[in-house]
Design a protein. Structure first.
Length: 303
């Protein structure tokens, strides 16, 4: 992102040239995020959203039965790594550009963060995340047969049968999720950070320079947790991409069909299955991509 100016007296942010350091930083941070706590939260969230009758304990047991601790990393290689190495770069580069332009036009840090997050989230969905998110969901929800099939064979079979549309199933729901995800995460985090700075250091023009890493980490955790208001969109996305077979489950799911199916079978509460691990995931992702992203951009001089 651009430097966090907090008063009207601050100078207009200056345009920075395209930074390939930002692209590499985004990819690195996302790979770190998903390879540590990110994928276990993702797998648990998907398990609960796809199997809405399961308790948290049953979901944990089910995942563990699929390979012990490694069961929590299903879909990490190659799909989550492919997604992480590209979507992080897309997010930081695109969001930086959108937030810069918004701030240069006079937007506050809060509004600039929302605009940057929306642009970055939509760019993620339609460039790199569609098929990777679908394949990760397939790995978690498909029936595990006695004959072991490689994840590449499964992807090839889906592509052969359904083409590009098949392996990008649910991409529109992914776009809505990512747009609202990062708009909320960046926007709420920026607002929380500004509030923390004003509360701790006052409102003078240099107050933001006194913000510590703890201040930024706390703001990121708040932003990540509160951004999970859009959990219904995520449950709809999982249902569209799920390989779970059930009597009466519609074929060729659309957002509208998935919404009706979930409501008919699980009511309103069905749209909030998996929200706890998603809060954990949102907090971890935002901490990595916003707080650490800001720190390393400042460190490398690419703000």
């Amino acid at each position: 992102m651009i430097p966090e100016h907090s008063t009207a007296a601050d100078t207009t942010p200056k345009k920075k040239p395209i930074s390939y350091k930002n692209l590499l930083l985004g990819a690195t941070l996302n790979l770190f995020e998903v390879s540590t706590l990110g994928q276990p939260f993702e797998v648990l969230k998907t398990q609960l959203a796809a199997n809405r009758g399961q308790s948290l304990k049953a979901a944990l047991s089910n995942i563990y039965s699929r390979g012990g601790v490694f069961g929590f990393y299903q879909g990490l290689i190659p799909w989550a790594w492919i997604e992480a190495s590209t979507k992080g770069a897309v997010l930081l580069f695109t969001a930086s550009e959108f937030e810069y332009r918004a701030r240069a036009a006079g937007a506050s840090p809060f509004m600039g963060g929302i605009i940057g997050g929306m642009g970055g989230g939509i760019a993620q969905a339609y460039t790199t995340m569609g098929f990777c998110t679908f394949m990760k969901t397939v790995e978690v929800t498909r029936h595990k047969s006695a004959v072991k099939e490689s994840t590449f064979k499964i992807a090839h079979d889906i592509f052969k049968k359904e083409g590009i549309a098949g392996i990008n199933r649910g991409v529109n729901a992914v776009a809505v999720r990512q747009c609202t995800n990062w708009a909320s995460r960046f926007g709420i985090t920026r607002f929380a950070q500004e509030s923390i700075i004003k509360m701790r250091y006052g409102e003078d023009s240099n107050a933001h320079l006194r913000a510590t890493g703890i201040d930024k980490a706390l703001a990121s955790i708040i932003g990540g947790a509160l951004s999970c208001w859009n959990q219904p969109i995520e449950v709809i996305r999982v249902e569209m991409q799920s390989q779970v077979k059930a009597v009466g489950r519609p074929e060729n799911m659309t957002i509208a069909k998935a919404t009706r199916y979930i409501y008919a079978n699980n009511g309103i509460k069905g749209f909030y299955r998996g929200v706890l691990p998603r809060i954990g995931l949102g907090m971890w992702q935002t901490l990595c991509m916003v707080a650490l992203g800001d720190y390393f951009r400042h460190f490398f001089g690419t703000n």
